[in-house]
Design a binder for this molecule. Structure first.
Ligand code: FAD
Length: 495
């Protein structure tokens, strides 16, 4: 690519879904005084309309932008989320929770799981989850903000309302919104994007283009021709059907993920409704069967028509090429099992701000951005594959094939290490930490063969006191929390 050293002042964001408006909000809040930001979106094309479960990093993103949590939650009908309940994943009838936060207390030589395993061997330990505050609060349907971020949480939110909320926020900080269809994309002689041409014939020129056009990937994929790495040999699901239903009872502060014979189903409770969907592999089941299964497993009246969404699990080889950065679905998509997409949007925005090419685009910025994106996504991909690979299920061709597939070597290493030694380590810059890996590996059915010798240094009495001290602290704290539904109603003034 020919080096561009033209100062970057005009930012054009193509697309106004969650990705487009999150990018507009962050860029205008931080650099709005020195940039002209235009966002083009088409009401007729619309957004993907799903993406309603998040992880705790969104709380921090909002804090960076100075977004008021009560206003945000009231505007988006949000509820709190403390984790994900995985049902029928390890086997039919077997459930576990992957919660936020940490479990127990680590020793510097060995994680808490080693002491728990020793306790279990000696008949002194309860369930692993009994030592985790977020997990027990989620199970008890309770919630409150605790001092010093004592309870790690995220949100369930209405994606359409979230985009509108961020639109108001961004327009306040100077973003110009254009409602139109992009008919074509004009390139300069060096291949850079020069302008978006709207269906009215109007041209929108820019120095830097942010492609938030969703699965279409109009700029990075279609115009610049950046290739796509397809990961469907590890992640078989390529379709989803979504439907919204009325709320039936108090909102659970957890996403539910219920495995079926050829995919899984989500339930995301908001204040005013529930988001439901089924994710499946079209080579194992047809759309009609998937739809009937979804509709047969919802509670409450359907408020929308079920919609089929197709996707290809994978990632663009580069997410920054020429003067175009793709953020959101235009850059790739991993299935939503661990609610990582909105997090990846936020990471891409932060990364762009950290590498912002105000004096012109340098290849080193582009390379750094792409390298960071790639290493981040591979860790997340592996964590997602783990849910399919490690399972006792062999009751359908889908699960049989998932359990028997060869996985990336670095993931196989982590599985073997935990199985053989009980060890799990977070890799630098990895999103999911030890707690996540351990909860999911235990939950999916791995029981390590041995524990660390540090745990043997404790006698039964000391070990029992150590475990009970943690457990009773969790139990007492959770007992004092109010019901989640009641807390949300008071906090947001929702009735
Ligand atoms: P979109 O929402 O598709 O927005 C694209 C925008 O581009 C729209 O405004 C559209 O109008 C515009 N556009 C496109 N073409 C043109 C054109 N020619 N002219 C003008 N405008 C155009 N993520 C999570 O974090 N948690 C979840 O629980 C979760 N669940 C998901 C479930 C499913 C089934 C799927 C498929 C995804 C899920 N995701 C989830 C991902 C999440 O939905 C997306 O990351 C998020 O919604 C961002 O989408 P987007 O803004 O990139 O694309």
């Amino acid at each position: 690519m020919e080096q561009q050293h033209k100062p970057i002042r005009r930012i054009v964001i193509a697309g106004g879904g969650t990705a487009g408006w999150m990018a507009a909000a962050a860029l205008s809040r931080t650099l709005g005084k020195v940039l002209d930001i235009t966002l083009v979106e088409s009401d007729e094309i619309g957004t993907v309309g799903v993406g309603e479960a998040t992880i705790p990093t969104l709380v921090h993103f909002h804090r960076l932008l100075d977004i008021n949590e009560q206003e945000f939650m009231a505007a988006t009908q949000a509820t709190f989320k403390l984790g994900i309940s995985f049902e029928n994943w390890r086997d039919r009838g077997k459930d576990y929770i992957h919660s936020f936060g940490t479990t127990g207390t680590d020793h510097w030589t060995a994680g808490f799981q080693h002491f728990w395993m020793k306790g279990r061997e000696r008949g002194l330990a309860r369930d692993y989850g009994d030592y985790c505050m977020e997990l027990k609060a989620g199970e008890a349907r309770k919630f409150a903000h605790l001092p010093n971020d004592g309870l790690h949480y995220a949100y369930h939110l209405d994606a359409g309302r979230y985009a509108r909320f961020l639109r108001r926020f961004s327009e306040h900080f100077g973003v110009q919104r254009v409602e139109a269809k992009i008919a074509s994309v004009e390139q300069a002689a060096n291949g850079d994007i020069a302008a978006l041409v709207l269906d009215s014939g109007k041209r929108i020129e820019g120095d830097l283009f942010i492609d938030c056009t969703g699965f279409r990937s109009l700029l990075l994929g279609q115009t610049l021709g950046v290739g796509y790495q397809d990961w469907s040999h590890w992640l078989f699901n390529d379709s989803a059907i979504a439907v919204q239903t009325e709320s039936m009872g108090p909102a659970l502060p957890m996403t539910r993920s219920i495995a079926h014979d050829w995919g899984w189903q989500w339930r995301i409770p908001l204040q005013n409704r529930v988001g439901n969907g089924i994710v499946y592999a079209s080579r194992f089941v047809d759309d009609d069967t998937a739809k009937a299964t979804l509709l047969g497993n919802i509670e409450g009246k359907a408020l929308t028509e079920p919609r089929v969404i197709r996707f290809k699990p994978g990632q663009r080889e580069k997410t920054w090429s020429h003067n175009c950065v793709a953020i959101g679905l235009s850059s790739g998509f991993l299935e939503p099992i661990e609610s990582t997409s909105i997090h990846l949007i936020q990471r891409a925005i932060v990364r762009l701000l950290q590498n912002f090419p105000s004096q012109g685009i340098r290849q080193s910025d582009v390379d750094e951005y792409n390298n960071q994106t790639w290493s981040e996504i591979e860790f997340i991909r592996d964590f997602i594959i783990l849910h399919y690979k490690v399972t006792d299920r062999r009751d359908s061709p889908y699960w049989k094939q998932a359990a028997e597939m060869a996985v990336p070597p670095q993931l196989q290493h982590r599985i073997d290490m935990f199985q053989q030694t009980g060890r799990a380590f977070r890799i630098v810059n990895e999103l999911f930490g030890e707690n996540s890996w351990i909860q999911v590996m235990l939950g999916q059915g791995i029981m390590p063969e041995q524990h660390h010798p540090s745990a043997d240094l404790m006698g039964d009495e000391e070990l029992s006191a150590f475990l009970e001290g943690i457990r009773t602290h969790v139990e007492r704290t959770v007992a004092q929390l109010p019901p989640h539904q009641q807390y949300v109603e008071r906090y947001c003034g929702a009735k």
